[in-house]
Write a protein that binds this ligand. Structure first.
Ligand SMILES: Cc1ncc(COP(=O)(O)O)c(C=O)c1O
Length: 397
């Protein structure tokens, strides 16, 4: 018999995917250049030439048996060592090979991390706005996702609500900085306070509370700002990383979990992840992806276009009177909609071929997300269209 839980999900498909499919079909009608598709977080700049060249070189010169053979279930050992060294250098934390577990992107890193530190029925707290895929990552592990409402003035953490939600059943807290969808970078003050609260609660409850830190946008930060690295503030941190956005490799499915060396049982957590893989059919990412990123570990694609686009959109939106927090990173912006019903707002925008994502699935009503990983030229052309949309649909604001 087919599992009804998954079957029912067919009726509640991802809003983002549906909008993206709509944008593609609309593009077939009127030309995709005329659709202002702000739906999907798919990088718009290519991966680095060094990555491409290193993969070509591997295919040309490596022994195919080595290249295409099974990698160890925790990931290729030399790649894990390169990842650990890079993190050690950059964040001054003594990571070693044993602390790194290679994954198929951040999705798989989070799915492993949740299973690593919860059992069915345990609670995991996250903060709105949040990436909607956290629901299956956490729910399918049998854990229960609890969402702290958004602090809309700056999209940092609402402390009072967080404190109220904490209870002895909470085994993990999941954060995402820089954040999808708000674009906000958690400040050092936020991370220090979060660590302080978690340390207090660990003591009070007599068990660990792990911090699962989802960081696929770590390298996409603007205005020369350093993104504070959460593991520096809290020992029981599992850092979930992905090369999908920084190196524009989302289809290569490559990332990792880095276990903070000061975490409880730090020496065995990555090894346990290998056991989790067995049950969820993960069994390590492809060897070419692993070896490829190892060659360019400290490189990123040219990410400057995202800052250019952020500047254009932030200025245009504020000029049009939108309430919007200035993103410190990522390629998302999250303004307040001009009516309470974000779905109705985004549906109206569709008439102008502006594809905007309503905020409800991100855990905040009344906002919308724009993924500005698109050509700058298109962002520029979309601004008069946004203006026309606002002036026509909301003339009496
Ligand atoms: C916040 C966040 N976490 C996790 C992921 C999953 O990333 P990956 O493609 O590396 O699995 C994404 C992808 O968009 C994301 O935005």
């Amino acid at each position: 018999m087919i599992n009804e839980t998954y079957k029912r999900r067919l009726e509640a498909k991802s809003v983002i995917r549906e909008l993206s499919e709509y944008a593609t079909s609309r593009g077939q009608e009127i030309g995709y250049e005329n659709v202002f598709d702000y739906s999907l977080g798919n990088p718009s700049v290519p991966c680095t030439e060094d990555f491409t060249n290193s993969v070509i070189e591997m295919y040309e010169h490596m022994d195919p048996m080595d290249l295409h053979g099974y990698s160890p279930s925790l990931g290729n050992t030399s790649v894990r060592e390169i990842v650990a060294d890079s993190l050690k250098r950059r964040f001054d934390i003594p990571y070693e090979t044993k602390h790194i577990f290679m994954t198929s992107g951040a999705a798989s890193a989070i799915a492993h991390a949740v299973r690593l530190v919860t059992k069915p029925g345990d609670e995991v707290i996250t903060f709105a706005p949040f990436f909607p895929e956290y629901m299956p990552y956490i729910g399918d592990a049998g854990a229960v996702l609890k969402v702290v409402p958004a602090r809309t003035e700056d999209f940092q953490i609402q402390e009072e609500a967080f404190l109220e939600m904490l209870n002895p059943n909470v085994q993990a807290v999941l954060i995402n900085t820089p954040n999808n969808p708000s674009g906000v970078v958690y400040s050092e003050k936020t991370l220090k306070r979060l660590a302080e609260i978690l340390n207090q609660k660990q003591e009070e409850y007599g068990h660990e509370i792990f911090l699962i830190s989802d960081e696929p946008y770590r390298e996409i930060a603007f205005d020369g700002v350093e993104v504070p690295y959460p593991a520096r503030y809290y020992d029981n941190t599992l850092t979930c990383y992905s090369f999908s956005k920084s190196l524009s490799l989302p289809g290569e499915r490559i990332g990792y979990i880095a276990v903070n060396p000061k975490a409880v049982d730090a020496d065995i957590l990555a090894v346990i992840c290998g056991q989790i893989s067995r049950g969820i059919g993960h069994n390590c990412p492809s060897s070419t992806s692993q070896l490829g990123i190892a060659k360019v570990i400290d490189e990123t694609s040219d990410l400057s276009v995202y800052e250019t686009n952020r500047n254009l959109l932030y200025d245009a939106l504020t000029e049009l009177g939108f309430e919007v927090v200035r993103p410190g990173g990522t390629f998302y912006i999250f303004p307040k909609a001009l009516e309470e019903d974000a779905v109705a707002f985004c549906n109206k925008a569709k008439k102008y071929d502006l594809i905007l994502v309503p905020s409800d699935n991100f855990g905040v009503p009344g906002y919308f997300r724009m993924a500005y990983c698109i050509d700058t030229e298109k962002v520029k052309r979309s601004i008069p269209v946004l203006k026309k949309f606002v002036e026509t649909e909301y003339p009496n604001r």
